[in-house]
Every structure is written in structure tokens, then in C-alpha cells.
Design a binder for this molecule. Structure first.
Ligand code: F6R
Length: 371
């Protein structure tokens, strides 16, 4: 049921304050006198010791689910202290890459039925790894065949383009990072800031959804373009990849997510006055590097759109010709949840304006059950 919305994708984008609440329900502990704020993940608690002792944690998925793991990797590395690697399921299988008994392999999948991810799970089980599932579908093949796991609880996602499952997956993995991480004094304030940030996240998502009309206007500006590049780095490299994936899969426009640190190693050659480029430059440890990327893209006359933290437009704008998207700032590791939303809205409006099928893009299926 689409309710008052025209498309499922639109409904699912706007549902995110609620879907995130459902994802976190019962899992965050507010703490209090003598009791630290913490996270409780029932499906994982008997395996946390094994995960902490593993040689590495490898996240495996496809498409948007892979991007969600990429978004969560920095906080997983920071809080767990265990090396974290990522694998696209089909690529792991193509290479028959090494998976060991001492590994924890985490399978991320909205449907829980994706053939590549499922085959990679079989492969990891044969190699003796501890297998963890992160899925949105109770009773799915991946949920059933892993040793333990976390349900995303984002509610049924019908639009082929994944939106609310993505943001909930990031939140699940941030909670997983908190659960794996030790309660040391040195990490206490960081952990508490993240937990506070999680509690407040649905409100911040509500706030960023108010950019809907602004994204519709931007879509009008961009609808006839051949291509859109999206530059990100650090916590928001994933936002660049995921934003570009949304634009190409539903709006059928060429789009590429680019790691900003790679700009001078090739992509800069593409930049001229005809190329639209969206740069994600919200405030975090990479901010000054992103400021310099913006300067250089501007010097080569790229048509810039910059996403920045509220109140910082003047810090990222080399000239009035640059279009700015201001978003609420949250804890750095949760910022990808906020930053993807304007890009989801943009790809939605681009699709409608270009006259394509929003919920059922040509050639794609919601659940890819063949290899
Ligand atoms: C993109 C999209 C796909 C899926 C991918 C994995 O919007 O929906 O890229 O993310 O096919 O699907 P799941 O998460 O069901 O394994």
C-alpha cells in the first residue's frame, strides 16, 4: 500500500525516520547512574567473544548492501580493533579468495536471498568461518544458514531501488561495532556520543527529508545531463558510490561515485564546464581535504554542487555559481545515513522527470536469485 505516495520508492524514502526507529527498538540502552550507555544485539551476544578474537571480519554483499558495509567500515575498524575487509560476493567467488576458520564472515543482504551472497555464504561455511547474517527478511536463506545474525527490521521494501534498507543496514553495523568494541575508559565518550547520535538520528532524518522540494529543483536542473559524478571520501566514500548507483539504476543516467583522494589519478581529466559534479563535504576529519578538492574542481570549471553541514556553505563555496545542499550534522560515523537521503530524493525526482519507471527499473529484479 503506497498510502498518499505516488511510488513505493518515494514512500520508502520518507519512511526512514520510522524504519530507523524500528531498527534500533529495544537495542539501545540509555544508561544512567553507574550504568554506561550500551547496545544489546540478542542474535549476536553469544558470539561476541569469538568475533572479538577473530583474525579479521570480512563483510560480503552486493550492490547497495555492499555499499552499506563500506559506509560502516571506518567505525567497525575503530571500535573493534579487528581488521575489517570487504568483498563483493561475486568477486570473492570469482577469485575463490581466502577465507579462514579464524575469520568472521558477515553477509549483508536486504532480501536474504541474493544468489551471489548465498553462494559466498556456502563457500565461507565450507572454509570454517563464523558466519553472521544481516538481513531484512526473517526466515530468508541467508538468515537460516548463518550461525547467528541481526535482523535489519526496516520493514518490507518493495521499490527495486534499496533506500530504507540501506540506512538501516548502516545503523545495524554501527550498533554491531559498538557491541564488538570493548567498554574501555578511553573509548567511553566516543561510544556515548554515537549512542546519543543514534537516539537522535530519526529526528535528523526528518529534518533532512525537508530538502525534498530543493532536490526536485536540482533534478530539474540536471535532468537533461549525460552524466553526474559524485565525489566522496572517508565515511562518505560509500555515499558517493550509493548515490551514483541510485542515479544510474532508477534515473537511467550515467553516474559514477569517485573516491576524492583518487581525483588526480585520472578522473580530473574528465572535468570541464560541461560536467556536473556533486561533492560531499560535510564536516569530519577529511573536511579540509575536501575543501581543496572543491577548489581544484572549480578551477577546472566543473559545474559544482556541494553537500555541506548546515551553516558551512561559506566554507565550501568558491563562488556563487556553486549550488549548495546543506544537511544537518551528526556524529561522523552516522553522517552517511543523513547524506544519502538528498541523493535518494534527487534520483527519485530525476526518474519521474525523465519519465522512467521508478519502482521497477528496466532489466532489474528486486531479488537477484540467479548468478
Ligand atoms: C540497488 C539494489 C541492489 C541490491 C543488491 C543486493 O538499489 O537494490 O544493488 O542492493 O542486488 O540485494 P540484497 O541486499 O537483497 O542482497
Amino acid at each position: 500500500n503506497k498510502g498518499t505516495y505516488e511510488h513505493y520508492m518515494q514512500k520508502e524514502i520518507h519512511e526512514q525516520p520510522e524504519s530507523l526507529k524500528t531498527t534500533m527498538r529495544g537495542r539501545l540502552i540509555r544508561g544512567g547512574f553507574h550504568k554506561a550507555k550500551s547496545v544489546l544485539l540478542g542474535g549476536l551476544k553469544d558470539h561476541l567473544k569469538t568475533i572479538r578474537r577473530s583474525r579479521r571480519i570480512v563483510f560480503i554483499g552486493c550492490g547497495t548492501s555492499y555499499n552499506a558495509a563500506l559506509a560502516a567500515r571506518p567505525i567497525l575498524e575503530e571500535l573493534s580493533g579487528v581488521p575489517v575487509t570487504l568483498e563483493i560476493a561475486s568477486d570473492l567467488l570469482d577469485r575463490q579468495g581466502p577465507i579462514y576458520r579464524e575469520d568472521t564472515a558477515v553477509f549483508v543482504s536486504q532480501s536474504g536471498e541474493t544468489a551471489d551472497t548465498l553462494h559466498a555464504l556456502q563457500y565461507a561455511l565450507e572454509n570454517g568461518a563464523l558466519c553472521v547474517g544481516i538481513t531484512n527478511t526473517v526466515g530468508s536463506a541467508i538468515a537460516r544458514n548463518t550461525h547467528c545474525g541481526i535482523h535489519i527490521n526496516a520493514g518490507c521494501e518493495i521499490g527495486v531501488a534499496s533506500t530504507k534498507a540501506y540506512t538501516s543496514q548502516i545503523v545495524v553495523m554501527a550498533m554491531m561495532a559498538l557491541a564488538i568494541g570493548d567498554d574501555t575508559i578511553s573509548s567511553l565518550s566516543r561510544r556515548e556520543a554515537i549512542i546519543d547520535g543514534l537516539f537522535d538520528l530519526p529526528n535528523k532524518v526528518k529534518e533532512v527529508l525537508k530538502l525534498d522540494q530543493e532536490m526536485k529543483d536540482l533534478a530539474k536542473q540536471l535532468m537533461a545531463e549525460q552524466s553526474l559524478l559524485v565525489f566522496g571520501r572517508g565515511y562518505n566514500y560509500a555515499t558517493a558510490l550509493e548515490g551514483a548507483l541510485k542515479v544510474k539504476e532508477v534515473a537511467l543516467m550515467h553516474s559514477e561515485g569517485i573516491l576524492a583522494g583518487e581525483m588526480k589519478h585520472g578522473p580530473l581529466a574528465l572535468v570541464d564546464e560541461n560536467l556536473s559534479i556533486l561533492v560531499i563535504a560535510t564536516h569530519d576529519a577529511c573536511f579540509s581535504k575536501q575543501q581543496s578538492v572543491i577548489q581544484q574542481l572549480h578551477a577546472r570549471k566543473g559545474r559544482l554542487i556541494v553537500m555541506c553541514s548546515k551553516g558551512e556553505a561559506s566554507l565550501v563555496c568558491p563562488s556563487v555559481s556553486v549550488r549548495v545542499i546543506e544537511v544537518p550534522q551528526v556524529e561522523d560515523c552516522l553522517q552517511p545515513v543523513i547524506n544519502i537521503i538528498p541523493l535518494q530524493l534527487l534520483s527519485y525526482h530525476l526518474t519521474v522527470l525523465r519519465g522512467y519507471n521508478v519502482d521497477q527499473p528496466r532489466n532489474l529484479a528486486k531479488s537477484v536469485t540467479t548468478q
